[in-house]
Design a protein around this ligand. Sequence first.
Ligand code: ADP
Length: 668
Amino acid sequence: MAEEEKKQETFRFQAETKQLLDLMIHSIYTNHEIFLRELISNASDAIDKLRFASLTDADLLEGDKEFTIRLTPDAKAHTLTVADNGIGMDREELVKNIGTIAQSGTKEFLHKLEEANKLAREAEDGTRKEGGKDTTDRDLIGQFGVGFYSAFMVADKVTIVTRKAGGQQGWKWESEADGTYTIEPAAVAHHGTQITLHLGEAYAGEGAEQDMTSYWTLEGLVRKYSDFIRYPIKMEETLEEPGKNEKGEIDEKAPAVKKVEDRTLNSMTPLWKRSKSSIKPEEYDEFFKHQFHEWEDPLCYYHTHAEGTIEYTALLYIPGKAPANLYFQEYEPGLQLYSRSVFIMDKCKDLLPDYLRFVKGLVDSPDLSLNISRELLQQNRTLRVIGKNLEKNILKQLKEMLDKDRPKYEKFWNEYGRSLKAGVYNSIYDPETKKEQLADLLLFMTSKDGKLCTLKEYTDRMPAGQKAIYFATGKDKEAIGHLPQMETVREKGFEVLFLLDPVDEFCLEALQQYAGKKFQSLSRGDLDFGDAESDTSKKETEDLAKDNESLLKDVKAVLGAKVNEVKLTNRLKDSPVCLVAGEAGPSFAMEQAFAAANAPMFKAQRILELNPKHVLFGRLKDAYAAGKESQEFKDFCNLLFDQALLLDGMIPDDPAALAQQIARMMAK
Ligand code: ADP
């Protein structure tokens, strides 16, 4: 054979390859450990190719019964070898595939395969369908570019020993990534490829940052990145057992016994790739805990496979308990990404909108590239399409849970309801938010029976005359129950939504209406119930206001900047006063939320409303008769205002002054 006579030859890397190598050495990836994922993917790919070729030529297998990828670390020599019994390479392929990047062997192979499939389809009358065996064969990992070169992120020198299946001559390729590589003939007993990494200081030996010759490191990396490669990834583990005496008892003086066990490191089938019907609920739960390091079972899961323009499989979970830091900066939301079962990244934030930050899970799509960077991901159309689909489906699943399993949904709501409300609020900034679907998923406590109720349930049972959806804010339902504003609504038999969470009001603000009914706060703006009775009492109040114009003006004068306006109201029955916020600007609850978020400049307008039918209004008039500068009148005004504050759950600015005013009144 002419080739055999040749001795070592030196080649220069193609300019682009050299560039890529330099990039690898001064790494574009920060996590160098992914080199193993890349080499294992290539090995798996090479086995795929041989498997496919052997379908028509069984001799190529040379008697092999099993396909394997084998890791052989050598701690003394500081090397790691990744070997496969796949298709292997001949000299020409070594030059073309490893020395050049423009030519990807996998791409070429896929092209050939496609041609072959086309021919096969034509021969079979076009009866083959997508999803059949041919697509599985095309399911090859690694038409993704940098692959092999990532070896140089951890190795100073790489040696490839390979022989093409069915060929005679083996070859040795070697490079120190200095711009050149060598190729020489070599005797290679078995078909396939062995790639030996001569590891750099940081990756082997004492003081290594990450020892790539350690069994545990390698096992961990295989589990993390290549668990679901469908060929066994094997490695020998050396165990030392304490020595034993003649009787078979453990004896410290006897020499330790070394035992070598061959282990398979990967589990081989990803759960998500199995058919839904073959997976038991316990398996889904176990997988959740294993994969996402959770302790409790998930609340629910969602497993889906989509084909069409974009193909993907998703396995999503809602954890049983929301993490304590769910709403803090340090919480990292996101799904795991895989491409053809090969791990790409953890916590990809660009799939689901932020309001679904509690969803855990993974997406596996052959349409995603393995070497995609975080920056590129953000603009990735495939991801966007998948994300939109998933969002739609998660909302659909939640709606189904709400309709069919209310206790479970309420459990969900108690853990994550706040996220959905934040989602509604965010629709202000993101018009693509599914506001309407989200509105149907909201639950509120109400004045009816202390049970959680949907907006639909509320509007469905509204009495005919009710014009708006009423709500009141407060720290708990007792506080809201004591609000003076509740009196009239209660009398009219209207149900009131209790907003107990500071985000609630922002959420309704963003919604504005539901089923054509506006949301109306009991503590904000004018309350117009829109019925005949209200109309007459409104007219009466207006007339009274005219008669008491100077009184109202002087109450305002006493209170000064504490209130924006003082007026008479028809919204109260038994209470003398209440404080409401102006129609424009934030409400009191919102003001408090802003203050908590360090934005104290957003202040609610304060309007003090007096109940002209209350006895205290008569007393106020009596005090006023003593003169607008009299102590009695001033005390009266301040007491009414402080009372309104207290009823609304706010603390008067000057408790000492309040106590003095009360004392003066009591002394009378
Ligand atoms: P990619 O896998 O994206 O094509 P790589 O740089 O990882 O890029 O590999 C280049 C080519 O080298 C592959 O397409 C394949 O033809 C060949 N190759 C790499 N590793 C192996 C292997 N273990 N066995 C056979 N061929 C391999």
